[in-house]
Design a protein. Structure first.
Lengths: 406, 601
């Protein structure tokens, strides 16, 4: 399948390069808040599917309704990427997910070579499910593997083992779908050798897209509690930094280039949907706790009340099965003015390996701040762009914090 | 004026949390001094901090009228006293205004260190002591055991101890009957020159300093010209009244009565607790005994986190001092922290309360340095310096010797925990004096210990090593010579004066090591490596390093939740703001208190 060149398809924070047709978001995220079981480190909104069978059935209907609502308000003929995430969408049941994917795909812009990603976990991804997703029009599967090591999977409270993960990955590839593998480094008990082998296995699956996340212990999760109680030891952050560098080296040797803080891909196979988040593109969020971003004029068209002077609207759908569903769900809305939006674009654009255009930096009034970050060795300049150094990559919060909070 | 035969002046004394303030509430209800609809919990604890922490900081006096079983109406003056060892002198003056006390003991907890200390003070003041076993409604209440403890530990007959529950009100009338029957009425000479004991004072914005007094001899009326004997200050009385608990003017206060005098004075320092008020002309020849000039025991540096708040801090301290004459302060400058104040307190609780009030009532954001004591530095030229801050300690070459304040500490603990107490005391330069078994469940141990060791987290350590059973009381016994040195701390090679502290020579190494290790944990990793060194007179004796930060990045993608990422960055910035910038190093506030929390093991 041919892929559009990234240079044409996405540019840092430049909304004027939206596909023709303008005020219609080309990117849609669906949140399916159900999982087989809750992992010990997870603080996303999700509900155990086994306990909420009826709600899961209703949720599936509700996603259709919300989607249809947006389509009727905005006429989303031009959607180019869709991301069905969660949660574990496959926890809804293969038939439902497939039917849902087919419906979404039918509304998308075929001329723009749609990208349809479905998040999946190994325990609910069998041969039949993969086949159904492929038939329905999914193009990518993002597989939550996290580690190819049973002991570490147990620490994370994952409901699958390494064997199952490997098999699920191969199944995806064998059906001709793009495979992305998620890995986590910094798991209590993980050694550099364990990490090296997990990265090797990920490459071995044939995935041409890999995401590497350092574990973050979120307060309120069982894992954070266990670390606090001393049952597990959090890894030294120097070791985690070494793991991130090791993964970068191994993956780049395998031809997967780091294009974002946590994402690696064979050039041309970057996830276009995720790139939308970092490049100031509009996107819709549908389903409980989903997030969306719209330009003020789009938001007004969709029925939002947007104050004078606002340039950008961010909304979050209520993380609640009863309030988050329905055609016009409860949501919290935040607006940014043009200057804030520009700062945000620089902050997000600096997550990308290629960085942002100097012209955008100037427009955001961040020349001096960026100068300081260059002086501190966190950023470096190319001809007309600025991007993070290796140090700035690993110390991203210093960079993003300086850009956002000045 | 009331016939002294119908007056009873009494106080309620208790260990903290044994229910003193709740019992006082019930007394006010039962005597209809406050009706139920006005009732708030702990009426006499008027400050928020007092209510929240369940402690009494300011003394209070309230007059209640009680219809006794004998058909007569009595004027009872309840003097509520602070319940903490920091305020021992204030308590002693409150007790001097009484003829009796209700000694309240928790029916489950039994006798504790402050029960003993308070009972001893009441005995020394020759007061009638009525034991009250409170909280009998608790499931764990064991009044018989507690009765036994009171007799054994305090040698106070407890056969007729009153059983009460402040919660249900049970027994409260019995307690008041006991006050009427057993507390002697006040004695005094109505025709002698006025002698009134000041047992507390407060500042009223409109009317100036108001003194709470007990009339011993004579009488006082509005318009009388009076003299405060210790400060030799003459003023005319603007109003005389009693507290019910709102101020209620009366024509005069006579022998045995308790009330207030509006002095018209603007300077609280002229109206001292323990001083005697007499007539300006033909006054008493001798003041009442027991007056003492109160001196602070503990000093700390208070600095505004935001330097612009310095004038606000000064104003706030000036305002607090109006109602808290024990508070002393002088400007202090630190290279590390800028402009602030060296503030003296009666003790650690007093310090905490003042800091909390400054932050809460005046909206200040303060950084406190580790508390220190007043050292007496004797120079080779014979001169003596009072050193309140480690940074003011003279160079060793100019020093002949240093003396530090010592305390007599009394610890009450169950026999099973005697070992851990000994261990802790040994690690804190305490000298064991004696111990005695008060009962099968209580041992009383006596130590002499430097105050500087006691303020180093001693109480928390004592509590944790005895599973919370030990209780502590102490009194100042004098200055003693010690082999002390000043330890300096350097961050990234630069001395940080606010981290210096005085330590005994033998403890300098372990404490320096423990402190640098602790600081390494407290100071977050920064963009550059930060060496932490401890030094005595330029010689480095301990070193740790905070490694440079290598990884700090939010990698996870929350389905496009950018708001959350931004909020985290904003929080991160807020966190940095609360840190103190020392050169290039960002230091959290708790670093300045780290020395209190080190355990050299």
């Amino acid at each position: 399948m041919p892929h559009p060149s990234p240079d044409v398809e996405w540019g840092a924070g430049d909304a004027s390069r939206e596909p023709a047709g303008g005020a219609m978001p080309a990117h849609v995220y669906f949140h399916v808040p159900f999982c087989a079981s809750k992992c010990s480190y997870c603080d996303f909104f999700s509900v155990e599917a086994g306990r909420a069978r009826e709600q899961a059935a209703r949720a599936y209907e509700a996603l259709f309704e919300q989607w249809a609502g947006w389509v009727s308000r905005l006429g989303l003929r031009l959607a180019t990427t869709a991301y069905v995430g969660g949660g574990t969408p496959t926890a809804l049941g293969a038939a439902r997910v497939a039917a849902f994917v087919a419906t979404v795909r039918a509304e998308m812009c075929e001329a723009h070579d749609p990208e349809v990603t479905v998040e999946a976990n190994p325990e609910s991804l069998d041969e039949q499910t993969v086949a159904m997703l492929a038939d329905a029009g999914a193009t990518r599967v993002s597989l939550g593997v996290q580690a190819f090591h049973d002991d570490l999977l147990a620490v994370l409270g994952r409901p699958h083992d390494a064997t199952r993960a490997l098999n699920a990955a191969r199944t995806v590839v064998s059906h001709g779908l793009e495979l992305s593998v998620d890995l986590i480094c910094g798991i209590p008990g993980q050694t550099l050798d364990m990490w090296r082998s997990s990265v090797h296995y990920a490459i071995e699956t044939g995935a041409r897209h890999v995401s590497v996340y350092p574990l973050s212990l979120e307060s309120g999760t069982p894992l954070a509690a266990e670390v606090m109680l001393g049952r597990y030891r959090a890894l030294d952050e120097d070791l985690v930094a070494d793991m991130m560098l090791l993964a970068r080296n191994l993956l780049e040797d395998a031809g997967l280039r780091r294009y974002e803080v946590a994402n690696y891909a064979e050039p041309g196979r970057e996830c276009r949907h995720n790139l939308a988040y970092w490049t100031g593109r509009e996107y819709l969020g549908i389903g409980p706790s989903a997030h969306g971003m719209l330009r003020a004029e789009t938001a007004r068209e969709a029925g939002f009340v947007v104050p004078e002077g606002a340039a950008r609207v961010r909304y979050a759908v209520a993380a609640d099965l009863t309030q988050g569903f329905g055609e016009w769900p409860a949501m919290t809305v935040e607006t940014l003015d043009a200057e804030q939006a520009a700062r945000e674009d620089v902050m997000l654009g600096l997550r990308l390996a290629e960085g942002v255009a100097l012209e955008l930096v100037e427009r955001a009034g961040l020349g001096v701040v960026v100068e300081g970050l260059v002086a501190r060795g966190l950023l470096e300049r190319t001809a007309d762009r600025v991007r993070t150094t290796d140090r700035g990559w690993l110390l991203g919060n210093e960079v993003f914090g300086a850009v956002w909070t000045g | 004026m009331t016939d002294p035969a119908l007056i009873r002046n009494f106080s309620i004394i208790a260990h903290i949390d044994h229910g003193k303030s709740t019992l006082a509430d019930r007394v006010l209800e039962l005597t209809h001094t406050i009706d139920e609809r006005e009732m708030v919990e702990q009426v006499l604890d008027s400050m928020d901090i007092e209510r929240e922490r369940g402690i009494t900081i300011k003394a209070q006096a309230v007059r209640v009228m009680y219809d006794g079983d004998d058909g007569r109406t009595y004027q009872l003056n309840l003097i509520d006293t602070p319940g903490h060892v920091d305020f021992t002198y204030e308590v002693s003056r409150s007790l001097a205004a009484c003829e009796g006390v209700l000694l309240v003991v928790d029916a489950a907890q039994g006798v504790e260190a402050q029960t003993v200390a308070n009972a001893l003070m009441a005995m020394n003041a020759d007061l009638e002591i009525i034991p009250v076993i409170n909280k009998i409604d608790l499931p764990a209440a064991d009044p018989e055991r507690v009765r036994h403890e009171i007799e054994e530990a305090l040698a106070i007959p407890a056969d007729d101890a009153v059983l009460t529950s402040g919660k249900t009100g049970q027994g409260v009338r019995d307690a008041l009957e006991a006050v009427v029957k057993r507390v002697p009425p006040p004695k005094g000479d109505p025709d002698a020159p006025l002698k009134a004991l000041i047992f507390d004072s407060y500042f009223d914005t409109y009317r100036g300093v108001v003194a709470l007094v007990r009339i011993v001899d004579g009488r006082v009326r509005k318009g009388d010209l009076v003299r405060m004997m210790a400060t030799d200050t003459v003023t005319d009385v603007q109003e005389v009244g009693v507290r019910r608990p709102a101020n209620t003017p009366v024509d005069e206060l006579g022998v045995g009565e308790v009330g207030y005098l509006i002095t018209g004075l603007k300077d609280p320092a002229l109206v001292k607790v323990g001083d005697t008020v007499t007539a300006a002309k033909h006054g008493a020849a001798e003041p009442l005994p027991g007056y003492r000039d109160v001196k602070p025991m503990v000093y700390t540096g208070l600095y505004p986190i935001d330097g612009d708040q310095y004038p606000d801090l000064r104003d706030a301290l000036d305002k607090l001092k109006l109602n808290d004459p024990a508070l002393v302060y002088e400007p202090e400058t630190s290279h590390a922290l800028g402009f602030g104040f060296r503030v003296g307190f009666l003790g650690l609780l007093h310090m905490e309360v003042v800091k909390e009030r400054l932050e809460r009532e005046f909206g200040l954001d303060l950084l406190a340095t580790a508390p220190s004591v007043e050292y007496h530095a004797y120079l080779t030229n014979g001169q003596m310096l009072e050193v309140h801050s480690p940074q003011d300690m003279p160079d060793p070459s100019r020093l002949d010797r240093i003396e530090e304040p010592y305390l007599k500490a009394t610890i009450l603990v169950p026999p099973d925990y005697v070992g851990p107490v000994m261990e802790l005391a040994d690690s804190r330069r305490a000298t064991f004096k004696d111990m005695q078994y008060l009962s099968a469940t209580t041992v009383e141990m006596h130590y002499e210990i430097p105050l500087s060791e006691l303020i180093m987290d001693f109480f928390d350590q004592l509590k944790s090593r005895t599973k919370g059973y030990a209780s502590l009381d102490y009194e100042f016994i004098g200055y003693r010579r010690s082999d002390l040195v000043k330890l300096d701390v350097l961050l990234a090679g630069k001395p940080v004066d606010a981290l210096s502290f005085i330590v005994h020579k033998d403890k300098a190494y372990p404490r320096a090591k423990a402190l640098t290790e602790k600081l390494k944990d407290i100071i977050p990793r920064q963009m550059f490596e930060v060496p932490i060194q401890a030094a005595i007179g330029g010689r480095i004796i301990s070193r740790e390093t905070v490694k440079a930060k290598r990884k700090d990045v939010l990698a996870k993608c929350y389905g496009g939740d950018i708001t959350r990422k931004r909020k985290l960055l904003e929080k991160q910035k807020e966190g940095k703001k609360r840190m103190k910038n020392l050169g290039t190093v960002e230091v959290p506030q708790e670093a300045f208190m780290a020395i209190l929390k080190v355990d050299e093991g």
